[in-house]
Design a binder for this molecule. Structure first.
Ligand code: PMP
Length: 287
């Protein structure tokens, strides 16, 4: 399967390391970059597993706060010798790094680790660049756009030498044969997955427009399959619970590092699911 992934990205198969989901890839990559960086930098808000795993591995990461929905100040925070771990699109706010920012970070940092779990929805990926940039590692997964989270298949893209070193940290049975079969079949049907992603992106734009009509909401434009909302004056825990009573599940982001207690994240589903979400939120917020 490495060959198939590699050819879809235009890189060599030896640049790919497969493992059991992106969470496991994050762990492998953190262990690798920690050996040769002075400081592990995790911008927040970001996917919580970066901080959780670095703590579990005893790596002492430094969390750096960025404005929600923007990368303002990121470059000023980064010093030479740093390893920076960041999502693009970033979970929870869906922002993506642009090529200029990536180039600047690659010049400055010892390592740039990009988590592209949601890259299909952004239609932009730096994975091909990783093959020729020895300090760039890109992490991907079959859990999101391919909807195969239960099978636990993820991979990284890096230069051949870096991939070889990280492969040495893996065990002999990282991925199941069932997972490989299913992911291979998924890669063989780009037309189907392209349609699903198109539909999700269309619903994301429609949802954004609808939510912008709500008086008290701040909605962050996202390149992922989710939108982050600031409830401005309402408590995320209470609103999430009231939505649950109406059979709508959102992510209550209270307690999420880098966010206050007013944020919820909603996943972009089918339009009938989103219509229920919109009408329920109207009821709950009274707007
Ligand atoms: N990265 C991000 C940004 C995620 O949101 C998730 C899943 N929540 C993962 C990685 C982990 O994905 P996987 O199922 O492949 O472990």
């Amino acid at each position: 399967m490495e060959e198939k992934i590699a050819s879809s990205l235009g890189v060599e198969a030896d640049c790919i390391v497969l493992s059991s989901g992106a969470d496991r890839i994050i762990e492998l990559v953190l262990r690798h970059v920690a050996r040769s960086s002075k400081r592990l930098v995790i911008p927040v808000p970001g996917f919580q597993m970066y901080a959780r795993l670095s703590k579990a591995l005893g790596l002492g990461a430094e969390l750096v706060a960025l404005p929600v929905g923007s990368h303002e100040g990121l470059r000023d925070e980064v010093r030479s010798g740093d390893a920076v771990v960041i999502g693009s699109p970033n979970n929870p706010d869906g922002k993506v790094l642009d090529a200029k920012a990536v180039e600047a970070l690659l010049r400055e940092c010892a390592w740039l680790v990009l988590d592209e779990a949601y890259a299909e929805y952004a239609r932009v990926s730096f994975a091909p660049l990783a093959a020729s940039h020895p300090n760039l590692i890109v992490m991907r997964t079959f859990s999101k756009a391919f909807a195969l989270a239960g099978l636990r298949v993820g991979y990284l893209v890096a230069s051949g030498d870096v991939a070889k070193s990280i492969r040495q940290l893996t065990g002999p049975y990282e991925v199941s044969s069932v997972g490989i079969e299913a992911c291979t079949a998924a890669l063989d049907d780009p037309e189907y997955y392209g349609k699903v992603v198109d539909l999700t992106c269309k619903n994301r734009s429609k949802l954004l427009e609808e939510l912008r009509g709500f008086g008290r909401l701040e909605v962050f434009p996202s390149q992922g399959n989710f939108l982050l909302l600031k409830l401005r004056g309402a408590d995320a825990a209470g609103v999430s619970e009231a939505l649950k009573q109406r059979n709508v599940l959102v992510r209550n982001c209270s307690g999420w590092e880098g966010l206050d207690g007013e944020f919820v994240r909603v996943t972009v589903g089918t339009w009938s699911e989103l219509a229920l979400f919109i009408s329920s939120l109207k009821e709950v917020l009274g707007s």
